[in-house]
Design a protein around this ligand. Structure first.
Ligand code: HEM
Length: 117
């Protein structure tokens, strides 16, 4: 069970890597747009995060305040990505630069909270 939990934590981190990696790639290429990969990574973080939010194996202690804050950040980030992607499809232009920055900062903030809190 410990190994299984660690595998799920690993996949949870891969989800973050996909989201933030896709964001970084967009920034480095100076395209500054939202991509499907960011949404897929976020979905992976959400599914694995919810699985980890259950206290298994027995006896494990979880920081539910931290988990709640991360869930809130993830939901806001999901809304930002959703609104931005719809706007991109409508206008054919990348999202406003501030919106792009907010998405990257939210993703980074969630990871920072995960490891520093
Ligand atoms: C973008 C959003 C998220 C990021 C970047 C993120 C990042 C991380 C990272 C790096 C870890 C491993 C470090 C650690 O164990 O503390 C972790 C663990 C964990 N995350 Fe997340 N997370 C996110 C969202 C979520 C959500 C939405 C949930 C639950 C609803 C969640 C629940 C958990 C749990 C339960 C653990 C394991 C803690 C433990 O076993 O002690 N995370 N997260």
């Amino acid at each position: 069970m410990d190994l299984l939990r660690n595998v799920v934590v690993f996949l949870h981190i891969v989800g973050f890597a996909i989201t933030f990696g896709a964001w970084t790639a967009e920034a480095a290429a100076r395209r500054f747009g939202f991509t499907r990969l960011m949404e897929y990574g976020l979905l992976l973080s959400l599914v694995t995060g919810l699985a980890l939010a259950a206290p298994w194996p027995a006896g494990i202690e979880l920081n539910y305040a931290k988990i709640g804050v991360k869930l809130a950040i993830l939901l806001v980030l999901g809304a930002v990505l959703g609104m931005g992607s719809a706007r991109q499809r409508r206008t054919g232009q990348p999202v406003p630069r501030a919106m792009f920055l907010v998405a990257g900062l939210l993703s980074l903030a969630a990871a920072g909270i995960a490891v520093l809190w």
